[in-house]
Design a protein around this ligand. Sequence first.
Ligand code: PEP
Ligand code: MG
Length: 757
Amino acid sequence: MYVVKFEDLNKSDIGIAGGKGANLGELTQAGIPVPPGFVVTAQAYEYFMDEAGINDKVMSILDAIDINDTKALQAAAEEIKKMIVEAPIPESLVLFIREFYNELCQRVGEDDTDVAIRSSATAEDLPEASFAGQQDTFLHVSGDDEVIEYIRKCWASLFEARAIFYREENNFEHSKVYIAVVVQKMANADKAGVMFTVNPSTGEEIALIEGSWGLGEAVVSGDVTPDNYQVDKKNNEIVNVTISDKKVMYTNDENGTSVKVDVPEDKRNARVLSDEELIELTEMGKRVQAHYGEPMDTEWAFEKDMLFLLQARPITTLGDVVEESEGEASDLGDVLVRGLGASPGMASGKVKIVLDIDELDKIEDGDIMVTTMTTPDMVPAMRRASGIVTDEGGVTCHASIISRELGIPCVVGTGDATTTLKENSGVTLDGKKGLVFEGISETKEEAPVAVAGAAAPIITVTEVKANVSMPEAAEKAAATGADGVGLLRTEHLMLTSGVHPYKFIMDGREDELIDTIADNVQIVADAFYPKPVWYRTLDAPTDEFITLEGGENEPREHNPMLGWRGIRRELDQPEILKCEFKAIKKLHEKGYTNIGIMIPLSQSPEELKQAKALCSEIGFEPHKDVDFGMMVEIPAAAIMIDEYIKVGIDFVSLGTNDLTQYTLAVDRNNEFVAKHYTEEHPAVMKLIERTIRKCAEAGVKCSICGQAGSVPHIVEKLVAFGISSVSSNTDAIADVRKTVARAEQKIILDAARKRLE
Ligand code: PEP
Ligand code: MG
């Protein structure tokens, strides 16, 4: 498929539409107001490159360059972009694009309607990496010829110097990153900005909203210091309003072209969003977060009084919260400039003022980079800096996002750092409070520590563990001090490998499959060693695995949630399951005896028996060599838990995401019935309670790893039922741990009071 409408895409279509395109599809399907549009897919780009016959040439240019040689990198980028801009586009593709654009024009009732054209790389916007501002966006494109011209420019932008650099730095293979192009009706915003559905620095359930006049580009690019608002999501109370002096805005001139203009005098210091608009936005934020099941970073726009979302993606930097080091301020000089704390931490070094991209070379390791606003081209130099200070921008601008991801303290929106701070003078910046002090701090800087791990330890008898899906996230999860991993999902690991596991088997590459699994699981086992890590065998729904290389043979199921997934599928394809067992065996032989095995979505004790037999068959004896457990996700398993215990299990984990959907007959992926989905339904809670009590009676450990385990008021009940561990999302661990401690103390107190009666 070369061109696809938003209506026909969802978030699992990253391989086709890139993160941005897939999320716009997901939002459209969820009924969130999104300006209409379509995506020219990654496959269209691939088709173009193949037909143009320039792939090999591009790859050989890339192979030959040293990315740290800025000039050579720029020259290579220019050469590749020229090749792409000059190559012919296949006629069939041109026809498709014209047809979809004309259909969009008809739909909105305008000839040559204005569209925004944005690139959406297939590795872009993946949860683990933020490519903020990496590829190009073109606004106010109109007419099919212009649309095609700018799509081509987006393709070329995949080879901007900064994009090449970023891929090398993050070990993305150039040949594996494709680009999809989003073509979307322009929102002619009167006001626009960004919203994090939780505070990205602290993880608190506070919607953090930034807004300014005109199109959102002003906020996203950091050209303006936007108003900053915070709304408590519990009660929609507006807890903070900071109005900034907004000097510039993007607006449309008479030709419909977007231009940067001065904000009219009377609006410069006026508040952008009313209380009602803030609440409307917060409510939309809650819907989006509930739909995705995780905190989101969104772009929004008001056109007259209509609210639209232009983008949404998971927040990539959650949990980067740091404690202030002891005695930090004791040896600091005067405050030289003040701004917004954008990336927490303390940093000292020599000021290097960068007013032009040519001056980047002067940043040496450990310097403090001071600039009007960072751009994506500056990332290599930002990496060398120990701290970053900007004149402009808010806490969601480019500098803020990138410095948080790089873990470099950053202060933005100071107004005058480039003129106030002196070249080569020593300064210290506090990236949490947004202050820059005179002089180099004598206090030895301590490594940033995640709050949950650094706070005075809260000891709980009920273990509090972490759910992990991406090996890259393991360090961060371990830094919370979690008592282990209660759920290591395998699906993500396979999806990012890009190849369907069964294709490995069909191609006779079992060893490669085993190594892929073992290498990734080892990263997690290492981060948590010697704490337990429960590896869950593959729970592959057919609709998610269809886009993988070799996934074209996946059956088209009526309802994949009720279909061929979990252990039932693995028993039909035992070759994959055996490779997984072999991978865990291999890691045990390397000393990672902290890894246990857990099977998903079982509906009968017979399945447990068969899975254990396969494990024994490869010379890895359940219970003796490895802890072997199961998830309780189907009511049948909860009801028959005694029978499973008779077969023999070391532990059980409640998968309440599935248990809820199967108990209530509510498809968890279907937004039309989302309002009926609640883990707190008495029937679900009864099954949970029963499972916990039966396991406790039999001396089998019982845990939870569904989303309910990240919701403090549900966790409180689970502790009272006698659960032995709770596995939560990393961002929820600190709160869950406090809830568990309080619930345990309440039980002790109640018992003591009873004795006194
Ligand atoms: C669950 O069903 O609760 C669970 C944790 O598994 P998943 O969300 O991966 O289906
Ligand atoms: Mg499940």
